[in-house]
Structures are given as C-alpha cells and as structure tokens.
Design a protein around this ligand. Structure first.
Ligand code: ATP
Length: 353
C-alpha cells in the first residue's frame, strides 16, 4: 500500500493539459524524482501534491486520507523551492525555528529540534549567522533543515540544487541523499537534470507532455528505456534508422549499406527498424571490425574518453574507459565492435499526435 498516491490526476489550463491521467504510488521513505524537459508538467504535479494547484480531476491520497482539496497548511508538507527564500533578517536558527513557532511548539522542545536538525545538515556551528554570511550550499541546507524540522510526512523539492555551480551541486546531491536517508522522510524532487535524478533517487518518474511515460529504478530506466525519448534524454545513445534482415537466430540492421549485427528475434525481414546502443557498449579496436571509420573528435573526461567516429552508418559515439593510454588520435582510422546482443532493435513506430 503506497503512502502517497495520485489517482488519474489531470490538470487543464483551458485547452492545455499540463498533467494528464497521472497514476503514481510512492512508498513510505522513498525518494522519487520527477524528470523531464521544460514544460512537461513536473512542477504542476508537485504543486498539486503541495496543495498550491488544484487538480481538474482525480484524487490525491496521503496515508489513506483524501487530501485532494485540503489546504496546503493542513497537509503539513515540507516544501523547498529553487529560490529558497530564507528570511534575511533572521539568523539560521531563527529561520529553522520558524515553522515550529507557528505550530506553537514549546521553547525547550524547539531549541532541541533546531539543534538536532542543524547538526544533521552539518551547520551546527552556524546557528547564529545570517543568510548573507553563508555560501549557496549552506543556504540550501538551511532551507532543507527548515522544511524537515516540522517532521513533514512528505518533503517536496522543486529544482532545489539548480542555483548551485556544478561542483557544489554534485556535493549537495550526496548530501541530500544522506540527509534523506537518515531522517527517512518520503521525498519527491523535481529536476530536469537526468544525472541528478539517476544518482539520488530510488525511482525516477519520466514525464513527457503531461504524461508519466516510465516509472522505474534508475538502473532500469537507463538499461530499458520505455520510449525513444527516454533513451536519448537519459544518458547518451547512438540511434540508427535501418532495415532488419534476420539470419537464423540473429541478424543485422542495414544502415546506408553497413550491416549492424544484433540478436533480435520476431521482426519480419525487410521491416523498417530503429536500432540503438549506448556508447559504453561499443569499443574501439585497431584493424578490421564490425564497423570502421575515422575519429572526427575526441574528449577526455578523466575517468573515460568519448570518441565521435565518422562511419558509413553515420557519426557514432564510443565511450572508452581511461586505462592510462590514449586509445586513438583524431583523424585515425579505427574499428568499432560490440556484442550483438547489446544492439537493441525495434520496429519503427510512426508517431501520431
Ligand atoms: P519547467 O522545468 O520549465 O519548470 P515543468 O515540467 O515544471 O517545466 P510545468 O510548470 O508543470 O512544467 O508546466 C506544464 C505546462 O503547463 C506548461 O506548458 C506551462 O506553460 C503550463 N502552465 C503551468 N502553469 C500554468 C498556469 N498557471 N496557467 C496556464 N498554463 C500553465
């Protein structure tokens, strides 16, 4: 039994369906991310859970209670937005204590809880500072502490890390996950950053044009994307349009004269197909291979290299782990190989509106 459920939730703005037919169950203690491009309905979904936007139809249940039409303050959820708006004239401790004061929590209890939560977010020594005396990451931790101190049943985060620079953002991703694990609060986070969603969440919900098109563990989302959009949005993917020619238990996709080996079954000979393979499932080798081409560009990323190779089947991206040697130079003729089972082949579907 899910702790928080959305049942057939829709939100219409005139003709526009911002959120369509959404069904989602979130377990107690789970960390779920809503991931998708701008305008796909992530924030609207989060705001309906928070009570800031009313659904046009459908039902939202929290711990067995129908909260669809309940006021935001009755729901008592913790909310952290991108602009986390701390009170500038209040110290860190006063900012964090605010929600407890509103709830008339007695002074001694209040001080104790504020102290504990500031320790948890590693701001124990900063209780008397003002927001302007903190770094961006520290301010964000105050905002999270302020939301958590009231012990909300659910924590809602809308792009909480997007104001931070890349390195700090990565640190805060680990921090956020650590804090969430130790308090165990059911958490829903909106993000358009696929790496962030994959690295922090128990499950990721992908939204496309108002619909939830896949709800899965990060690993499954990456390995078994449900739609073509997800396969290109989550991680890098090489994609080819071609024709399927089976040969016994295996076969190949013909792309501009090149034959790309796969092990797909159950597709009729001559069918138009889309083939896809992740860059890390390909490898470069010297000499003849399944596909040959010239290195058009290469990027060194520390732990691995990315090579863009011009081949008869088009430009292909290959990822190679860094083993301390340079795999190939720009302009060099290289071979590309793969295990046929890792080339995914599907009959091409005509997209209708
Ligand atoms: P972003 O990442 O850019 O914040 P999002 O996925 O969170 O995007 P939403 O903010 O949920 O998207 O918006 C979904 C759609 O609903 C968009 O097309 C948006 O323009 C529209 N929309 C949102 N709020 C309103 C509103 N108050 N009135 C009319 N249309 C709205």
């Amino acid at each position: 039994m899910a702790f928080l459920t959305l049942e057939q939730v829709n939100k219409l703005y005139g003709e526009l369906a911002a959120v369509r037919d959404v069904d989602l169950g979130v377990a107690r203690g789970e960390f779920v991310s809503l991931l998708g491009p701008s305008g796909c309905g992530k924030t609207t979904t989060l705001q309906m859970i928070a009570g800031l936007v009313e659904p046009t139809s459908g039902r939202i249940m929290l711990d067995g209670r129908d909260i669809t039409h309940e006021k935001p303050n009755r729901r008592g959820l913790g909310v952290v937005f991108q602009s986390y708006a701390l009170f500038p004239h209040m110290t860190v401790a006063q900012n964090v204590a605010f929600g407890l004061e509103m709830r008339k929590v007695p002074r001694a209890e209040r001080d104790k809880r504020v102290g504990e939560i500031l320790e948890l977010v590693h701001l124990g020594g900063m209780a008397e500072r003002y927001p302007r005396q903190l770094s961006g990451g520290q301010r964000q931790r105050v905002a999270i502490a302020r939301a958590l101190v009231i012990k909300p049943p659910v924590l809602l985060l809308d792009e909480p890390l997007s104001n931070l620079d890349a390195k700090l953002r990565e640190e805060m991703q680990f921090e956020l996950r650590r804090i969430q694990r130790s308090v165990g609060t059911t958490t829903i986070m909106v993000t358009h950053d696929q790496a962030e969603a994959l690295s922090i969440s128990d499950r990721v919900v992908v939204m496309e044009a108002g619909r939830m098109t896949q709800v899965d563990a990060p690993y499954r989302l990456y390995e078994k994307p449900a739609t073509a959009f997800i396969s290109s949005f989550v991680g890098r993917m090489n994609r080819f349009e071609g024709i399927w020619w089976p040969a016994g238990a295996s076969g190949a996709v013909e792309v501009a004269g090149a034959m790309l080996a796969s092990e797909t079954a159950d597709i009729q000979p001559g069918t138009a197909v889309t083939a896809s393979i992740r860059p890390e499932k390909l490898f470069l080798k010297k000499g003849d291979a399944r596909l040959n081409g010239h290195v058009a560009s290469r990027f060194f990323l520390g732990g691995h290299w990315l090579f863009n190779v011009e081949t008869p089947a088009g430009l292909i991206t290959v990822s190679m782990p860094n083993n301390g040697e340079e795999p190939a130079q720009e302009g060099e003729l290289v071979g590309i190989d793969w295990a046929p089972a890792s080339l995914r082949v599907e009959a091409t579907v005509e997209l209708s509106a």
